[in-house]
Design a protein around this ligand. Structure first.
Ligand code: C2O
Ligand code: CU
Length: 472
């Protein structure tokens, strides 16, 4: 079994700087873009074509269907994909834009699209608790306005352990005309799938998966076996990499060898202060944006550090190149990127809440994962009023890690080593993590473990955020 877990130190006393009070509601009305601004291209993934001439509306078509990919030469793999692409096509837009997605389900089973990290209306969130899943052959139009700039992704929320594993996931880049400008922007979409020797994706079954989540044996980068992902640049270039972990279960440890980098954004957008580090722990669902400076010729390698167990049971770390860039020597001096002013909400909490993550047996003796003692709880775990700041304590009672996700909201982790706005936090085995959740987006929202196999057998609940001014 391959595992990539690591303990995170919880610094309860970590100071979170109190900055200017952020607005209570997601901002939907962004200032119009300056006339000179053009939306950046994003390398590494294919972008959706905007069918609408209105500069403030992005209208696109997405279909989910079965198709073939070839991860091993000569052994085609049946995958499920958006627009036949792996990863699915990039949705790009600017903050404040209205997005219209004409979605068609060409699969043989129902599905939805969830827009992971976008603080949109709950009606458009792809939650099967709200939206009737789109049946095979049917269509649905998603419409929403983009409140935040950043790196996000989309995936189904029906039969997710199977549908996401099979290839249904795609990246989202939301730009702010005030974003720092880079020579190149790239999306690096990481995945971890389990292939049989025949080339087929292993069927979803078995106790291992329900317990530990589905760990794979093949790392993918932008839909290709990790080792094949390459690009070439000139020394002195400065880029923005938007990285997302779309795996079903594998928390990844990544680093960049042969170039320098700093972390500039997290799930909820730009950081007030970018920071440097050697390695990043990116759990499933999370995003990290890096500013990459090619300050030396040679190769720059995004490296995935994976714990691997040999046949004798010995665990050791192996380094897998996940993206390799050839850097041509040049006298070009890298630009220094001026940093815009960014404020996090950092509000003082006014509500306390606790969620216990646990395991129990159902009436038939099968395992089920629970949130506060309930598997797949039909009733909301909490009701909060819009604008509340919830000091949320996540207590993991078991020896398995859980990347915990809230829909429709951002939070800050009370851990100085994990700054920025997040929508997924890794709760280590038997560990406790405290976050400050800014529940500013009204609606009925899912809260679940992003190990999709855990969510599927119970580690799934919801919370309600009541609007500040309710209509009569
Ligand atoms: Cu990626 Cu319920 O979410
Ligand atoms: Cu879990």
């Amino acid at each position: 079994m391959l595992r990539g877990s690591r303990f995170l130190l919880i610094a309860l006393s970590a100071a979170i700087l109190a900055c200017t009070h952020a607005p209570d509601e997601p901002e939907t009305a962004a200032a119009p873009a300056p006339a000179a601004w053009t939306m950046p291209e994003v390398q590494g993934v294919e972008a959706l074509v905007d069918e609408n001439p209105d500069p403030n509306v992005v209208e696109v078509s997405i279909a989910a269907s079965r198709t073939k990919a070839e991860f091993k030469a000569g052994s085609p793999t049946t995958v499920w994909a958006f627009n036949g692409l792996l990863p699915g096509p990039l949705l790009k837009a600017k903050v404040g834009d209205e997005v219209v997605v004409h979605f068609k389900n060409d699969l043989l089973e129902p599905t939805t699209i969830h827009w992971h990290g976008l603080r949109i209306s709950d009606q458009m969130d792809g939650s099967p608790r709200i939206q009737n899943p789109v049946k095979p052959g049917e269509e649905f139009t998603y419409r929403f306005k983009l409140p935040d700039a950043g790196s996000f992704w989309y995936h189904p929320h029906v039969n997710a352990p199977v549908q996401v594993e099979k290839g249904l996931y795609g990246p989202i880049a939301v730009f702010d005309p005030k974003d720092p400008v880079y020579d190149t922007e790239r999306f690096v979409v990481l995945d971890d799938i389990r292939l049989e020797t025949s080339g087929a994706i292993s069927p979803e079954s078995g106790m291992d998966y329900s317990m530990g989540g589905r760990f794979g044996n093949t790392l993918l980068t932008n839909g290709r076996p990790a080792k094949e992902a390459t690009a070439s640049v000139e020394q002195g270039t400065v880029e923005r990499w938007r990285i997302v972990n779309t795996a079903n279960a594998r928390t990844m440890q990544i680093g960049l060898v042969g170039a320098s980098f700093r972390v500039i954004a997290t799930d909820g957008g730009l950081l007030p202060e970018p920071y440097t580090t050697d390695r990043i722990t990116i759990t499933v669902g999370q995003r990290y944006d890096l500013e990459v400076t090619y300050d030396q010729p040679g190769t720059a390698t995004l490296t995935n550090y994976v714990l691997s167990q040999d046949s004798a049971g010995k665990v050791k770390e192996v380094s897998i190149p996940s993206f390799v860039v050839d850097v041509a020597a040049s006298a070009r001096v890298p630009r220094t990127i001026a940093w815009p002013e960014v404020h996090l909400p950092s509000r003082e909490p006014d509500v306390n809440a606790t969620i216990r993550l646990n395991l129990q047996q159902d009436a038939e003796g099968n395992p089920e994962w629970t949130l506060n003692g309930k598997a797949m709880a039909p009733d909301p775990l909490f009701t909060w009023s819009q604008g509340s700041t919830v000091l949320l304590t996540l207590v993991n009672k078991v020896n398995t890690e859980h990347p915990f996700h809230l829909h429709g909201q951002f939070f800050e982790i009370l851990d100085a080593s994990q700054p920025g706005l997040k929508d997924v936090v890794l709760v280590p085995p038997k560990g406790t993590v405290i976050v400050r959740a800014y529940v500013d987006n009204p609606g009925r929202w899912m809260a679940h473990c992003h190990i999709l196999e855990h969510a599927e057998i119970g580690m799934m609940g919801e919370f309600v955020v009541t609007p500040k001014t309710s209509a009569p």
